[in-house]
Design a protein around this ligand. Structure first.
Ligand SMILES: Cc1cc2nc3c(=O)[nH]c(=O)nc-3n(C[C@H](O)[C@H](O)[C@H](O)COP(=O)(O)OP(=O)(O)OC[C@H]3O[C@@H](n4cnc5c(N)ncnc54)[C@H](O)[C@@H]3O)c2cc1C
Length: 546
């Protein structure tokens, strides 16, 4: 792996770091560790044949039927597609990697930022969510669900504090429990479940507040029991955190709602890998599967791969936690903490990219906006996977739809206008076989679908009903389906305490704090949280390790 084999004595003189997993967490870890320990030898091992993990942006030439012989150049995302400017770690990375020119920023005053919708199961059409107090007041007369939200939010500020919950230091509960306690079960189901579908593709009844939305628990404390009051009280400086090297990026993000890059979120992965490939002390490898991590008697670690063994003084695991669990041998006394690595489940998600010629009247009937989310149905989720012949299976599995052209249309170049939509399905909804993750354990499968296939038609009919456009959508010019297995971890309540216990075990022999476990499975699934984890890893390590 390394061009020159290192003697064990050399390894013990200088810190040498093995990074396992080349998703955004592993790549950010390599980038920041190389800055922190410029003399350290860093080796990153990724099992896949490309870096980026769940981040995958791809450009497609799509023939235009209404302009024979011509193609649209379309950027499609199978994973994350927009990031939030509050995420300072990502802004810092943009500055350090010089990605300013690549940015596509969605200003807060554009329809893509202001217009977000819900589709309520069993109804037709969309409900616009208020983007300001004025728009909330304007929609009160016509929208029963906005009236419900307004009524509950107003009442919440005066509802007595749940003092037992506030008194507990390590209290945790599900998102649904917190929102139902403060806003009532109906508002929790409609608004809370939809938000969790959009971020975690998960059931809000099984997602930890402390792990996924610590700011809500903090707001409840600041507001002395009221979330609404807490939101109006600014967080203390300590809660706000630390200083980042933002350069001009913070200024560029003034007034931004979300952002992406001309070549999609993959631009971050490309820039990181380009930087790491030119760093003399860093080696990054694809196609290398880690199968074992073992402490050796002289205090070093041995990382087994099918063809070789890598020896390192420090290890960063940026693997999905179940993959780490199967590679790691903790001592029998630490078996309890090892089970923490497999305590959470992760959502299977199907992502369907659709590209249409924009001229069709049905597409013009789609309101400008970011997209819509679908809350949990009143009757809950189905408990077993539907068959492919179930006519409503596709519609029932839809979590939401992103109107990509509205927020990131500048990524595409086309001689005639196009419309790009992405439909997200699955999560807590069992998927029919045609949308379920690939057989044989593969993590993901991406394939172009026949735009005239039965599956595409089912998706289009479902979209027509959910959008309430009253017209048939045209046959798309491109359809790409991505079927992801275990894509987004669902932190079960108690996750923060379990991770603390795991950390305590890793601080003890034989790991002695030199195996760091980071990534989406640990401290936040957003790209920003993953970059933050990479930025912080190894802060406690001694550069003069001997
Ligand atoms: C469909 C979807 C949409 C999303 N949308 C957004 C969004 O809009 N905004 C946002 O902020 N976040 C979003 N996310 C979340 C975010 O993209 C992920 O949480 C994040 O990319 C995870 O990064 P990671 O590096 O921690 O993990 P991963 O991306 O899972 O990387 C882990 C890496 O480890 C490798 N690996 C696994 N086993 C081994 C082994 N044995 N040996 C070596 N390598 C191994 C894997 O191949 C992988 O490359 C989305 C996620 C998905 C799936």
């Amino acid at each position: 792996m390394h061009s020159r084999l290192l003697l064990r004595s050399e390894l013990r003189q200088n810190i040498s770091i093995a990074i396992l997993g080349g998703g955004i967490t592993g790549l950010s870890s390599a980038y920041y560790l190389n800055r922190r320990f410029p003399n350290a030898r860093i080796t990153l091992l990724e099992s896949n044949n490309r870096f980026g993990g769940w981040i995958q942006s791809s450009r497609h030439d799509v023939p235009l039927h209404n302009a024979p012989g011509q193609c649209a150049s379309v950027l499609l995302e199978s994973g994350p597609r927009t990031l939030r400017p509050v995420s300072k770690p990502v802004l810092e990375l943009i500055n350090l990697l010089g990605l300013q020119e690549e940015l596509l920023i969605v200003p807060r005053d554009t329809p893509a930022a202001k217009n977000r919708f819900l589709h309520l199961p069993g109804t037709t059409g969309l409900v616009r969510l208020p983007s300001s107090m004025a728009s909330a007041l304007a929609s009160l007369p016509s929208s029963p669900v906005i009236r419900l939200l307004a009524r509950q939010a107003l009442a919440e500020a005066f509802r007595p504090a749940n003092s037992k919950v506030l008194a507990l230091e390590d209290n945790d509960e599900s998102m649904d429990d917190l929102l139902a306690r403060r806003l009532g079960p109906e508002a929790a189901r409609i608004f809370g479940s939809a938000m969790i579908h959009g971020i975690y593709a998960a059931d809000s009844r099984g997602l930890s507040v402390a792990a996924a939305f610590p700011m809500l628990a903090a707001a409840e404390k600041r507001g002395q029991g009221s979330l609404v009051r807490g939101m109006f009280i600014p967080a203390s400086k300590a809660e706000e955190g630390e200083v980042y090297e933002l350069g001009d990026v913070q200024e560029m993000m003034k007034g931004a709602s979300v952002f992406t890059f001309r070549e999609g979120i993959g631009a971050l992965v490309s820039a990181l890998t380009k930087d790491l490939k030119t760093a003399p002390q860093v080696e990054i490898h694809t196609g290398v599967q880690v199968s074992g991590i073992r402490p050796s008697e002289d205090g070093l670690f041995e990382i087994s791969t099918p063809n070789s063994t890598l020896t390192a003084s420090h290890v960063v695991s940026a693997l999905p936690l179940p993959a780490l669990a199967s590679s790691l041998s903790l001592s029998p006394t630490n078996q309890h903490q090892l089970t923490h690595l497999t305590a959470n489940t992760a959502s299977n998600v199907a992502v369907l990219n659709l590209v249409f010629p924009a001229s069709h009247p049905a597409l013009q009937a789609i309101p400008p906006g970011f997209g819509y989310l679908v809350p949990r149905p009143e009757a809950g989720y189905a408990t077993s996977p539907p068959s492919d012949t179930d006519p409503n299976a596709v519609e029932r599995a839809i979590l939401g739809c992103v109107f990509d052209s509205c927020s990131s249309g500048e990524q595409d170049a086309s001689p005639t206008p196009i419309v790009k939509l992405t439909v997200m399905l699955g999560g807590p909804h069992p998927l029919p076989p045609a949308l379920a993750p690939p057989p044989g354990g593969a993590q993901t499968l991406s394939e172009a679908l026949d735009p005239r296939s039965e599956l595409t038609a089912k998706v289009l009919r479902a979209l027509e009903r959910q959008l309430g456009i009253g017209k048939e959508l045209p046959v798309p010019i491109q359809v790409v389906l991505h079927r992801h297995r275990d894509a987004i971890p669902t932190y079960r309540p108690g996750h923060v305490s379990r991770m603390k216990e795991l950390q305590e075990a890793l601080d003890r022999a034989p790991w002695n704090g030199r195996l760091a476990v980071v990534g989406a499975g640990v401290s936040g699934v957003s790209v920003g949280s993953c970059v933050q984890a990479g930025r912080e890893v190894g802060r406690r390590w001694d550069p003069n390790f001997v």
